[in-house]
Write a protein that binds this ligand. Structure first.
Ligand code: SF4
Length: 401
C-alpha cells in the first residue's frame, strides 16, 4: 500500500475539501483507485505530470492552474495540495503556492514515501499539518475539554463519549474527522488523548501548544481503568467520580475477558494499521499466547509502554516488518490462528492454519471497553474452535489427484 494513501484518507473525507494531487500519472492512478475504495468517493484533481512536464520546468504553473480550477467551485473551502515521491514533486516550494484560492484555504501536505514509510504515519502527517494550519491554539482553552486522536469504530466513539460524560468531561472532539471545524476546536482543548501510537507528530504539536497528552487506550481491563484515570488527571476532574467510573469499567471488562478465558490458543498478530499492540495486550489478558506480533509503523515513544509490557510477557515484536519476517514467524511458532495481512493469511491457510485479515476484522469492529473486548475475544474464540476444520480442509485438498 502506498503510504500517501493514509494522508489522502484523512484529507478526502473532510467536507468541502478537494485534493490537488501532485504526483506522476502512475501514482495518481493507484492512489485515486485506493482512495475511492477506502477513503471518500471524492474527485481528486491533478496536473498532468509526465516526464516532459516534470523536467520541463512548468510543474509549478500547472499546479497553480489546477488549484485555480478547483477553486472555481464555490463549495470548495479547502484545497490540500498533496505532494508525493518524485523528487521534483516532493520538493515543491510552498511559497510558490497561493495561501487562498476562491473560497478555499490552500495547504501543502508532503507525503513522500521515502520519508513517510507507512500509511498510518501519513495519517499523522496529514492530521498534524491540519492542526498546524487551522487549530485555534491562540484562543483560551475550554474548561474540561478533550480532543481524541485516532480513527475509531463508531460504536467505540459512542462508548468513549458516554464514559467521558460520566466522569465530567464537558466537550470532546475527535480527529481525524470530516469537519474542518473540529481541527480548529482541537486547538482549544485542555488535553489530548492519543489512542494510536503513530500520531507522534500530532502529539508533539499539541504538547508544544500547551495541551496535556494522555497516551494509551481503553483496551482490556487494567488499561481501561488506567486510561479513564489518566484523562481525569489531565483535565483535573473530580477524582472520586473518575475512580468510581474507572473501577466499574474495569470490572465490566474483566468479567467479559474472564468469560472467554477457558479456551486459549496461540495467536500471531501481524497487521499494518499501527494499532496492533493493544489487541495483543487484550489477547494476552484473556490467556492467549501471542509469541509474535508485527506492524508497519516505527517504534515510537508512544508505543513504548506496550512494547515493554508485551516483551516482558514473551511477545516478539517487529516494527516496519517485512512479509518474509511474518512468514518465518508462522513457520517458527505454528500458531492456531493468524490475524494478519492478506498475503500472510494466504500463506497461513496454505499451512492449514485459520487466518483472518486484520484490517477487515479488527479495525472494523469495536475494541474499547467491555463491549470491544467481547467482540474481539468472541471472534477469536469462534475461530480457534474451528481450527480443526482448516486442517481437515487442507488434508482433503491434499488427497485430490
Ligand atoms: S512512487 Fe511513491 S507516491 Fe507513487 S505509488 Fe509509489 S510510494 Fe506511492
Amino acid at each position: 500500500m502506498c503510504p500517501a494513501f493514509g494522508g489522502l484518507r484523512v484529507l478526502t473525507r473532510i467536507e468541502g475539501s478537494r485534493v490537488c494531487l501532485v504526483a506522476d500519472q502512475g501514482c495518481l492512478y493507484g492512489l485515486t483507485f485506493v482512495s475511492h475504495f477506502y477513503a471518500a468517493r471524492r474527485s481528486i484533481m491533478s496536473p498532468e505530470l509526465m516526464n516532459v512536464q516534470i523536467s520541463g520546468g512548468t510543474m509549478i504553473d500547472d499546479v497553480r492552474f489546477i488549484i485555480e480550477k478547483i477553486a472555481e467551485d464555490p463549495a470548495v473551502t479547502f484545497i490540500p495540495v498533496v505532494s508525493t515521491c518524485v523528487a521534483e514533486t516532493a520538493g515543491i516550494a510552498e511559497e510558490l503556492l497561493p495561501e487562498k484560492a476562491g473560497n478555499a484555504v490552500v495547504k501543502l501536505v508532503r507525503l513522500p514515501a521515502f520519508q513517510i514509510k507507512s500509511h498510518p504515519e501519513a495519517k499523522d502527517v496529514a492530521v498534524s499539518t491540519l492542526l498546524d494550519r487551522f487549530a485555534d491554539f491562540d484562543k483560551p482553552k475550554k474548561d474540561k475539554s478533550l480532543v481524541v486522536v485516532g480513527e475509531i469504530f463508531p460504536v467505540d466513539a459512542m462508548a468513549i463519549g458516554a464514559v467521558l460524560q460520566r466522569i465530567g468531561v464537558e466537550s470532546v472532539v475527535v480527529v481525524p474527522g470530516t469537519d474542518l471545524d473540529d481541527y480548529r476546536t482541537a486547538g482549544r482543548a485542555e488535553a489530548c488523548a492519543v489512542l494510536h501510537p503513530f500520531y507522534e507528530r500530532t502529539a508533539a504539536i499539541m504538547k508544544e501548544n500547551g495541551v496535556g497528552i494522555v497516551t494509551g487506550n481503553p483496551v482490556g481491563a487494567g488499561a481501561t481503568a488506567g486510561w479513564i484515570e489518566a484523562v481525569g488527571q489531565a483535565l483535573e476532574l473530580d477524582m472520586e467520580t473518575v475512580r468510581r467510573v474507572a473501577g466499574e469499567e474495569r470490572e465490566k471488562a474483566a468479567a467479559v475477558i474472564e468469560s472467554f478465558s477457558g479456551h486459549a490458543g496461540k495467536v500471531i498478530v501481524a497487521g499494518y494499521e499501527g494499532n496492533e499492540l493493544p489487541v495483543v495486550r487484550l489477547l494476552l489478558e484473556a490467556g492467549h499466547e501471542v509469541p509474535y506480533a508485527s506492524t508497519s509503523i516505527a517504534r515510537t515513544s508512544l508505543v513504548e509502554k506496550d512494547h515493554q509490557l508485551l516483551s516482558m510477557l514473551g511477545t516478539e515484536i517487529r516494527y516496519r516488518k517485512y512479509l518474509e519476517e511474518d512468514k518465518a514467524a508462522v513457520l517458527q511458532y505454528g500458531p492456531d490462528l493468524v490475524i494478519g495481512t492478506t498475503s500472510l493469511d494466504s500463506f497461513a491457510k496454505e499451512q492449514g492454519i485459520p487466518a483472518i485479515y486484520y484490517t477487515n476484522n479488527i479495525s472494523s469492529r469495536p475494541v474499547f471497553f467491555a463491549a470491544g473486548a467481547g467482540t474481539v475475544l468472541g471472534m477469536v474464540d469462534g475461530l480457534l474452535r474451528k481450527k480443526q476444520v482448516f486442517r481437515e480442509m487442507k488434508e482433503y485438498f491434499a488427497t485430490l489427484p
